[in-house]
Design a protein around this ligand. Structure first.
Ligand code: F6P
Length: 350
Protein backbone atom coordinates (compact mmCIF):
# COMPACT_ATOMS: atom_id res chain seq x y z
CA UNK A 1 0.00 0.00 0.00
CA UNK A 2 1.34 3.42 -0.88
CA UNK A 3 2.31 5.94 1.77
CA UNK A 4 -0.33 8.58 2.52
CA UNK A 5 1.09 12.00 3.42
CA UNK A 6 -0.78 15.14 4.47
CA UNK A 7 0.61 18.63 4.00
CA UNK A 8 -0.43 22.05 5.31
CA UNK A 9 0.92 25.60 5.22
CA UNK A 10 0.27 27.63 8.38
CA UNK A 11 0.74 31.16 9.69
CA UNK A 12 1.51 34.28 7.64
CA UNK A 13 2.36 33.39 4.05
CA UNK A 14 5.92 33.78 2.76
CA UNK A 15 7.22 33.82 -0.82
CA UNK A 16 8.43 30.29 -1.57
CA UNK A 17 5.59 28.28 0.01
CA UNK A 18 4.49 26.90 -3.35
CA UNK A 19 8.06 25.94 -4.17
CA UNK A 20 8.33 24.07 -0.85
CA UNK A 21 5.10 22.16 -1.63
CA UNK A 22 6.50 21.42 -5.06
CA UNK A 23 9.83 20.14 -3.73
CA UNK A 24 7.97 17.88 -1.31
CA UNK A 25 5.50 16.63 -3.89
CA UNK A 26 8.04 15.85 -6.60
CA UNK A 27 10.00 13.54 -4.31
CA UNK A 28 6.94 11.89 -2.71
CA UNK A 29 4.98 11.35 -5.93
CA UNK A 30 8.11 9.84 -7.52
CA UNK A 31 8.10 7.37 -4.62
CA UNK A 32 4.42 6.57 -5.36
CA UNK A 33 3.19 8.22 -2.18
CA UNK A 34 -0.21 9.89 -2.09
CA UNK A 35 -0.23 13.55 -1.10
CA UNK A 36 -3.27 15.11 0.57
CA UNK A 37 -3.28 18.89 0.88
CA UNK A 38 -5.15 20.44 3.81
CA UNK A 39 -6.74 23.86 3.32
CA UNK A 40 -5.91 26.95 5.37
CA UNK A 41 -3.29 25.58 7.75
CA UNK A 42 -4.35 23.74 10.90
CA UNK A 43 -7.94 24.86 10.26
CA UNK A 44 -8.08 22.34 7.40
CA UNK A 45 -7.18 19.52 9.78
CA UNK A 46 -9.53 20.74 12.47
CA UNK A 47 -12.42 20.98 9.99
CA UNK A 48 -11.30 18.14 7.71
CA UNK A 49 -11.05 20.21 4.54
CA UNK A 50 -8.67 19.05 1.82
CA UNK A 51 -7.37 20.42 -1.48
CA UNK A 52 -6.39 18.09 -4.34
CA UNK A 53 -2.68 17.90 -5.16
CA UNK A 54 -1.50 16.19 -8.32
CA UNK A 55 1.83 17.16 -9.77
CA UNK A 56 0.25 18.24 -13.05
CA UNK A 57 -1.86 20.86 -11.30
CA UNK A 58 0.77 22.82 -9.45
CA UNK A 59 4.37 22.44 -10.64
CA UNK A 60 4.23 25.71 -12.59
CA UNK A 61 2.98 27.51 -9.46
CA UNK A 62 6.38 27.37 -7.79
CA UNK A 63 7.22 30.75 -9.29
CA UNK A 64 4.35 32.47 -7.48
CA UNK A 65 4.07 33.85 -3.96
CA UNK A 66 1.26 32.91 -1.59
CA UNK A 67 0.24 29.31 -1.02
CA UNK A 68 -1.96 27.17 -3.19
CA UNK A 69 -3.21 25.43 -0.04
CA UNK A 70 -4.31 28.62 1.70
CA UNK A 71 -3.14 29.50 5.20
CA UNK A 72 -4.42 30.72 8.57
CA UNK A 73 -3.04 31.47 12.00
CA UNK A 74 -5.29 28.81 13.54
CA UNK A 75 -3.61 26.39 15.89
CA UNK A 76 -5.05 23.27 17.61
CA UNK A 77 -3.56 24.38 20.94
CA UNK A 78 -5.66 27.55 21.06
CA UNK A 79 -8.57 25.35 22.06
CA UNK A 80 -6.92 21.97 22.68
CA UNK A 81 -9.90 20.21 24.23
CA UNK A 82 -11.89 20.63 21.03
CA UNK A 83 -9.24 20.94 18.33
CA UNK A 84 -6.60 18.34 19.19
CA UNK A 85 -9.12 15.42 19.03
CA UNK A 86 -10.49 16.91 15.79
CA UNK A 87 -6.99 16.94 14.24
CA UNK A 88 -6.33 13.35 15.39
CA UNK A 89 -9.69 12.23 13.94
CA UNK A 90 -8.88 13.80 10.55
CA UNK A 91 -5.47 12.12 10.52
CA UNK A 92 -7.15 8.78 11.28
CA UNK A 93 -9.92 9.26 8.73
CA UNK A 94 -7.42 9.95 5.93
CA UNK A 95 -5.18 7.11 7.19
CA UNK A 96 -2.18 9.45 7.08
CA UNK A 97 1.23 7.86 7.55
CA UNK A 98 2.82 11.27 7.92
CA UNK A 99 1.98 14.95 8.13
CA UNK A 100 4.27 17.66 6.74
CA UNK A 101 3.74 21.09 8.27
CA UNK A 102 5.24 24.14 6.59
CA UNK A 103 5.21 27.11 8.92
CA UNK A 104 6.78 29.33 11.53
CA UNK A 105 7.01 29.11 15.28
CA UNK A 106 3.23 28.71 15.89
CA UNK A 107 2.71 25.99 13.28
CA UNK A 108 5.90 24.12 14.15
CA UNK A 109 5.30 24.49 17.90
CA UNK A 110 1.93 22.75 17.51
CA UNK A 111 3.59 20.10 15.30
CA UNK A 112 6.19 19.41 17.95
CA UNK A 113 3.55 19.02 20.66
CA UNK A 114 1.35 16.74 18.54
CA UNK A 115 4.40 14.59 17.86
CA UNK A 116 5.53 14.40 21.48
CA UNK A 117 2.13 14.23 23.16
CA UNK A 118 0.14 12.16 20.63
CA UNK A 119 2.76 10.40 18.52
CA UNK A 120 1.71 12.17 15.29
CA UNK A 121 4.25 11.35 12.56
CA UNK A 122 5.21 14.91 11.78
CA UNK A 123 7.94 16.53 9.67
CA UNK A 124 8.42 20.31 9.65
CA UNK A 125 9.58 22.80 7.04
CA UNK A 126 10.59 26.26 8.36
CA UNK A 127 8.97 29.32 6.81
CA UNK A 128 8.70 32.95 7.85
CA UNK A 129 9.75 36.23 6.30
CA UNK A 130 10.82 37.26 9.83
CA UNK A 131 13.74 34.76 9.85
CA UNK A 132 13.26 34.33 13.59
CA UNK A 133 13.27 30.52 13.79
CA UNK A 134 16.09 28.86 15.65
CA UNK A 135 18.00 25.81 14.33
CA UNK A 136 18.12 27.08 10.75
CA UNK A 137 20.41 29.79 9.40
CA UNK A 138 17.62 31.26 7.28
CA UNK A 139 13.96 30.69 6.44
CA UNK A 140 12.65 30.98 2.89
CA UNK A 141 10.74 34.17 2.14
CA UNK A 142 13.15 36.23 4.22
CA UNK A 143 15.44 37.28 1.38
CA UNK A 144 12.45 38.06 -0.87
CA UNK A 145 11.10 40.37 1.84
CA UNK A 146 14.54 41.96 2.28
CA UNK A 147 14.65 42.61 -1.46
CA UNK A 148 11.28 44.43 -1.36
CA UNK A 149 12.37 46.55 1.60
CA UNK A 150 15.81 47.33 0.16
CA UNK A 151 14.37 48.42 -3.19
CA UNK A 152 11.81 50.61 -1.44
CA UNK A 153 14.55 52.38 0.51
CA UNK A 154 16.72 52.72 -2.62
CA UNK A 155 13.81 54.21 -4.55
CA UNK A 156 12.82 56.61 -1.78
CA UNK A 157 16.23 58.30 -1.90
CA UNK A 158 15.34 60.46 -4.89
CA UNK A 159 12.09 61.84 -3.53
CA UNK A 160 13.62 62.31 -0.07
CA UNK A 161 16.45 64.28 -1.65
CA UNK A 162 14.12 66.38 -3.86
CA UNK A 163 12.09 67.51 -0.85
CA UNK A 164 14.82 67.57 1.81
CA UNK A 165 12.97 65.05 3.90
CA UNK A 166 13.61 62.16 6.19
CA UNK A 167 11.80 59.04 4.98
CA UNK A 168 11.01 56.63 7.81
CA UNK A 169 10.43 53.14 6.42
CA UNK A 170 8.67 50.58 8.61
CA UNK A 171 9.50 46.93 7.98
CA UNK A 172 7.80 43.81 9.36
CA UNK A 173 9.28 42.12 12.39
CA UNK A 174 7.48 42.18 15.70
CA UNK A 175 10.20 40.54 17.78
CA UNK A 176 13.18 40.26 15.48
CA UNK A 177 14.74 43.01 13.39
CA UNK A 178 16.21 40.77 10.67
CA UNK A 179 14.35 42.32 7.70
CA UNK A 180 14.91 45.88 8.93
CA UNK A 181 18.58 45.22 9.65
CA UNK A 182 19.42 43.46 6.37
CA UNK A 183 17.47 45.95 4.24
CA UNK A 184 18.62 48.98 6.23
CA UNK A 185 22.27 47.99 5.95
CA UNK A 186 21.94 47.01 2.27
CA UNK A 187 20.29 50.36 1.47
CA UNK A 188 22.82 52.35 3.49
CA UNK A 189 20.13 53.77 5.79
CA UNK A 190 21.29 56.56 8.09
CA UNK A 191 19.77 54.74 11.09
CA UNK A 192 18.33 51.28 11.71
CA UNK A 193 15.94 50.78 14.64
CA UNK A 194 15.25 47.19 15.71
CA UNK A 195 13.41 45.54 18.64
CA UNK A 196 16.68 44.07 19.93
CA UNK A 197 18.11 47.54 20.54
CA UNK A 198 15.68 49.90 22.37
CA UNK A 199 16.15 53.38 20.93
CA UNK A 200 15.93 56.87 22.38
CA UNK A 201 14.48 59.15 19.70
CA UNK A 202 16.64 62.04 21.00
CA UNK A 203 19.75 59.99 20.14
CA UNK A 204 18.29 59.36 16.69
CA UNK A 205 17.57 63.06 16.21
CA UNK A 206 21.07 64.01 17.39
CA UNK A 207 22.52 61.71 14.72
CA UNK A 208 20.25 63.09 12.01
CA UNK A 209 21.08 66.64 13.06
CA UNK A 210 24.81 65.96 12.79
CA UNK A 211 24.24 64.68 9.27
CA UNK A 212 22.18 67.75 8.40
CA UNK A 213 24.88 70.07 9.82
CA UNK A 214 27.33 68.15 7.64
CA UNK A 215 25.32 69.01 4.52
CA UNK A 216 22.86 66.12 4.15
CA UNK A 217 19.55 67.14 2.56
CA UNK A 218 17.76 63.89 3.28
CA UNK A 219 17.97 60.66 5.22
CA UNK A 220 16.44 57.20 5.36
CA UNK A 221 15.53 55.66 8.71
CA UNK A 222 14.65 51.95 8.73
CA UNK A 223 12.43 50.97 11.66
CA UNK A 224 11.03 47.57 12.60
CA UNK A 225 7.34 47.44 13.44
CA UNK A 226 8.32 46.03 16.83
CA UNK A 227 11.05 48.60 17.61
CA UNK A 228 10.92 49.80 21.21
CA UNK A 229 11.08 53.61 21.17
CA UNK A 230 11.81 55.82 24.16
CA UNK A 231 12.21 59.53 24.89
CA UNK A 232 13.88 60.50 28.16
CA UNK A 233 13.03 57.11 29.61
CA UNK A 234 9.36 57.26 28.58
CA UNK A 235 8.21 54.48 26.26
CA UNK A 236 6.58 55.86 23.10
CA UNK A 237 5.72 52.44 21.66
CA UNK A 238 2.58 50.59 22.60
CA UNK A 239 2.72 49.13 26.10
CA UNK A 240 -0.43 47.07 25.48
CA UNK A 241 -0.03 43.33 25.17
CA UNK A 242 -1.96 40.97 22.92
CA UNK A 243 -3.66 37.71 23.91
CA UNK A 244 -0.26 35.95 23.88
CA UNK A 245 1.33 38.51 26.19
CA UNK A 246 3.37 40.09 23.37
CA UNK A 247 3.57 43.84 22.79
CA UNK A 248 1.02 45.08 20.24
CA UNK A 249 2.75 46.63 17.26
CA UNK A 250 1.80 49.31 14.78
CA UNK A 251 2.67 52.93 14.22
CA UNK A 252 6.46 52.79 14.75
CA UNK A 253 7.22 54.84 11.60
CA UNK A 254 4.52 57.37 12.47
CA UNK A 255 5.93 57.85 15.98
CA UNK A 256 9.50 58.27 14.69
CA UNK A 257 8.44 60.75 11.96
CA UNK A 258 6.41 62.77 14.40
CA UNK A 259 9.30 63.03 16.90
CA UNK A 260 11.80 63.99 14.15
CA UNK A 261 9.53 66.80 13.02
CA UNK A 262 8.89 67.97 16.59
CA UNK A 263 12.48 67.80 17.84
CA UNK A 264 14.41 68.71 14.71
CA UNK A 265 11.96 70.74 12.64
CA UNK A 266 12.95 68.50 9.73
CA UNK A 267 10.10 67.29 7.55
CA UNK A 268 9.64 63.53 7.85
CA UNK A 269 7.31 61.06 6.15
CA UNK A 270 6.42 57.56 7.39
CA UNK A 271 6.01 54.66 4.98
CA UNK A 272 4.70 51.30 6.17
CA UNK A 273 5.77 48.56 3.75
CA UNK A 274 3.39 46.09 5.39
CA UNK A 275 2.22 43.07 3.44
CA UNK A 276 4.06 44.13 0.29
CA UNK A 277 7.00 42.38 1.96
CA UNK A 278 5.14 39.08 1.72
CA UNK A 279 3.66 39.75 -1.70
CA UNK A 280 4.83 39.05 -5.22
CA UNK A 281 7.03 36.32 -6.61
CA UNK A 282 9.84 34.83 -4.50
CA UNK A 283 13.34 35.74 -5.65
CA UNK A 284 15.16 32.85 -7.37
CA UNK A 285 17.19 32.05 -4.23
CA UNK A 286 14.02 31.50 -2.16
CA UNK A 287 12.48 29.29 -4.88
CA UNK A 288 15.48 26.97 -4.95
CA UNK A 289 15.94 27.10 -1.17
CA UNK A 290 12.27 26.18 -0.60
CA UNK A 291 12.41 23.39 -3.21
CA UNK A 292 15.42 21.92 -1.38
CA UNK A 293 13.73 22.12 2.03
CA UNK A 294 10.59 20.48 0.62
CA UNK A 295 12.68 17.68 -0.89
CA UNK A 296 14.47 17.14 2.43
CA UNK A 297 11.12 16.89 4.22
CA UNK A 298 10.04 14.23 1.70
CA UNK A 299 13.22 12.30 2.42
CA UNK A 300 12.51 12.42 6.16
CA UNK A 301 9.01 11.05 5.50
CA UNK A 302 10.31 8.25 3.28
CA UNK A 303 12.93 7.35 5.88
CA UNK A 304 10.22 7.59 8.59
CA UNK A 305 12.30 9.99 10.66
CA UNK A 306 9.60 12.03 12.39
CA UNK A 307 9.68 14.92 14.86
CA UNK A 308 12.33 16.57 12.71
CA UNK A 309 12.56 19.68 10.56
CA UNK A 310 14.46 20.40 7.36
CA UNK A 311 16.90 23.27 7.89
CA UNK A 312 19.83 25.18 6.45
CA UNK A 313 23.16 25.04 8.25
CA UNK A 314 26.21 26.73 6.77
CA UNK A 315 24.70 26.54 3.28
CA UNK A 316 23.83 22.83 3.49
CA UNK A 317 20.33 21.40 3.77
CA UNK A 318 20.20 19.21 6.89
CA UNK A 319 17.56 18.12 9.40
CA UNK A 320 17.24 18.96 13.08
CA UNK A 321 14.87 18.03 15.93
CA UNK A 322 11.66 20.08 15.76
CA UNK A 323 12.00 20.77 19.46
CA UNK A 324 15.28 22.58 18.84
CA UNK A 325 13.64 24.82 16.25
CA UNK A 326 10.82 25.95 18.52
CA UNK A 327 12.77 26.15 21.77
CA UNK A 328 13.70 29.83 21.39
CA UNK A 329 13.15 32.70 19.02
CA UNK A 330 16.17 33.70 16.91
CA UNK A 331 16.65 37.44 17.26
CA UNK A 332 19.44 39.56 15.78
CA UNK A 333 22.74 38.27 17.09
CA UNK A 334 25.20 40.42 19.01
CA UNK A 335 27.69 39.54 16.28
CA UNK A 336 25.45 41.14 13.64
CA UNK A 337 24.84 44.22 15.80
CA UNK A 338 28.60 44.57 16.42
CA UNK A 339 29.54 44.07 12.78
CA UNK A 340 27.21 46.83 11.58
CA UNK A 341 27.38 48.92 14.75
CA UNK A 342 27.48 52.26 12.88
CA UNK A 343 23.97 51.65 11.48
CA UNK A 344 22.42 51.16 14.91
CA UNK A 345 22.02 53.60 17.81
CA UNK A 346 23.30 53.14 21.36
CA UNK A 347 20.93 51.31 23.69
CA UNK A 348 18.37 53.96 24.65
CA UNK A 349 15.93 52.22 26.95
CA UNK A 350 15.56 49.48 29.54
O1 F6P B 1 5.21 36.57 10.99
C1 F6P B 1 5.13 37.09 9.73
C2 F6P B 1 4.49 38.45 9.74
O2 F6P B 1 4.51 38.91 8.41
C3 F6P B 1 5.09 39.47 10.69
O3 F6P B 1 6.28 40.03 10.24
C4 F6P B 1 3.95 40.44 10.83
O4 F6P B 1 4.03 41.17 12.03
C5 F6P B 1 2.76 39.56 10.82
O5 F6P B 1 3.13 38.38 10.13
C6 F6P B 1 1.55 40.17 10.17
O6 F6P B 1 0.49 39.29 10.31
P1 F6P B 1 -0.91 39.44 9.57
O7 F6P B 1 -0.76 38.92 8.18
O8 F6P B 1 -1.81 38.62 10.40
O9 F6P B 1 -1.25 40.91 9.56
Amino acid sequence: MSLRVGVLTGGGDAPGLNAAICGLARRLLDADAELIGFADGWRGLIENRTRPLQQSNFQHLLVYGGTLLGSSGDNPYRDPARCVPAVLATIAEHRLDALVTIGGEGTLGASDRLHREHGVAVVGVPKTIDNDLAATDFTFGFFSAVEVATRAMDDLRSTAESHSRVMVVECMGRHAGWITAYAGVAAGAEAVLVPERPTDVEELCARLDRLRQGGARSAIVAVAEGARLFERGVCLSSTQRDEFGEYKTGGAAAIVSQRIEALLRWEARPLVLGHLQRAGKPIAFDRIFALRLGARAARLVLERRFGRMAAMRAGDIVDVPLQEAVAARKTLTQEFLDRYESFFLPIGGP
